[in-house]
Unconditional design. Structure first.
Length: 432
């Protein structure tokens, strides 16, 4: 009797199911897990062992899912090309290649375009051999980079899906190992994945997707992202309306035994003289049970030597319309944009509305800008460069706030004339 073998569809579907299950499990494993890593590697080994027998339905499913993922990844970054630029800049700094940081924006446009176009090519089965090879090379680079990220943590967020989906560095590496399994399936099966379309149609599909997406990226770069994945977005309240009290805990140590004890601040027995004599303060921690959307500390500073006074809540929870002009770098701010915004905020101030500026530039630079644009009557506040970039992707950009609600966000090019802002409509909408 001949040697019995399993039908090809059994290991093929088994590997597909295993790959999908591993992809789901990534959501629950943010940190290093040797056992999970071992299973991911085992999945890759099974792909190699089964390389000659992947059935067509499995190949089609894998090609489609991988294509959708590449389209989503390219879109989520292409809708915010400046965000990807910042990530690439951070990578080049982390890898000690500061001389290349000037190419960050170009790299962002090309990387996002390539990823999106490869996704379209996978979905449409365009130039199968070249598409699969290109995807394989890209995944080889991404896997090596994210392995180093997971181990050394040079950059806290790889930005693989922009701000649409943020993963830890270990989750990103796990994700790439799962995708590597999908790529292996396609590599071993690409001779059976051809199409019968004329070559010029494939070229038109790939070229058209690339050019249209570059145009889409440029629109989002020139103006604001058409889909805002940032924390600051219209209709978001930056602080909870009915906040729960912050809990304060203190830790004391017994002077004789060394025993430590943590107390809720109001439960600490300060009124007991005997306890006070026997215990000494060690530490304090605060627990804020309220969800925090805003991740920024806004400071009022007198000069560049002043550490500043935190005015974040007082400013953002102001019970009147406030135009917050975010200019993360006054040196790089668009001069035309600064002139337009300066004229607009002066008109708004005359009409009785509040406006202020937020920057990461030195106080001395802010003072010179005040004089240059006639903004001596406006407050300039200060925050971290990265935090301001997460407010609005424009330099300058304008956020309209009231009572911690983000009402509108504009880039300077589309900042309307004060007379065109519907304050009454916004008041009705938000119940002011």
């Amino acid at each position: 009797m001949g040697k019995r073998t399993l039908p090809a569809w059994i290991p093929s579907y088994g590997i597909l199911v295993m790959t999908l299950v591993l992809a789901v499990l990534i959501a629950f494993l943010p940190d290093k897990n040797p056992w999970f890593l071992a299973v991911l590697v085992l999945n890759l080994v099974l792909c190699v062992l089964n390389r000659k027998s992947f059935v067509r339905p499995v190949v089609v499913v894998v090609r489609t899912l991988l294509g959708l993922l590449f389209v989503f990844s390219g879109f989520s970054k292409g809708v915010d090309p400046l965000g990807t630029t910042y990530v690439i800049h951070d990578y080049l700094e982390a890898y000690r290649l500061p001389g290349l940081t000037g190419l960050s924006l170009t790299g962002s446009f090309l990387l996002n375009m390539l990823e999106f176009t490869l996704g379209i090519c996978l979905l449409a089965n365009v130039k199968t051999k070249w598409t699969v090879i290109a995807v394989s090379l890209m995944m080889l680079f991404f896997t090596a980079t994210t392995w180093y990220d997971a181990v050394a943590n040079p950059v806290p967020d790889c930005g693989c899906f922009g701000k649409a989906l943020v993963l830890t560095n270990w989750q990103t590496f796990y994700k790439n190992l799962v995708l590597d399994a999908a790529v292996l399936i396609l590599l071993f099966s690409m001779n059976r994945m051809g199409n019968r379309r004329p070559a010029w149609i494939d070229a038109l599909l790939a070229g058209g997707a690339a050019l249209l997406f570059l145009g889409f990226e440029y629109y989002n770069y020139r103006y604001l992202p058409v889909v805002n994945f940032l924390e600051w977005k219209e209709g978001v309240r930056l602080f909870p309306e009915n906040p729960q009290p912050v809990q304060h805990f203190v830790t004391y140590r017994n002077k004789e035994t060394g025993q430590t004890q943590e107390y809720l601040l109001e439960d600490c027995p300060y009124s007991d003289p005997g306890w006070i004599a026997d215990w000494e303060f060690v530490d304090r921690r605060d627990v804020d049970p309220n969800p925090q959307v805003v991740n920024i500390n806004i400071l009022d500073k007198v000069d560049d030597e002043d550490p500043g006074w935190d005015v974040t809540k007082d400013l953002l929870e102001m019970d009147q319309f406030l135009f917050l002009v975010a200019v993360y770098d006054l040196d790089e701010a668009n001069p035309e944009g600064m002139a337009k915004v300066a004229a607009a905020v002066k008109e708004l101030k005359q009409a009785g509305y509040e406006a202020c500026f937020l920057t990461a530039s030195p106080v001395a630079k802010a003072d010179s800008v005040k004089q240059a644009y006639g903004l001596e009557d406006f407050m300039f506040y200060y925050a971290d460069n990265t935090a301001i970039k997460a407010v609005v992707r424009s330099n300058p950009g304008i956020v309209l706030l009231r009572d911690a609600w983000v009402l509108e966000i504009w880039d300077w090019r589309r900042f309307p004339a004060p007379k065109d802002i519907d304050f009454a409509g916004l008041s009705r909408k938000y119940g002011f």
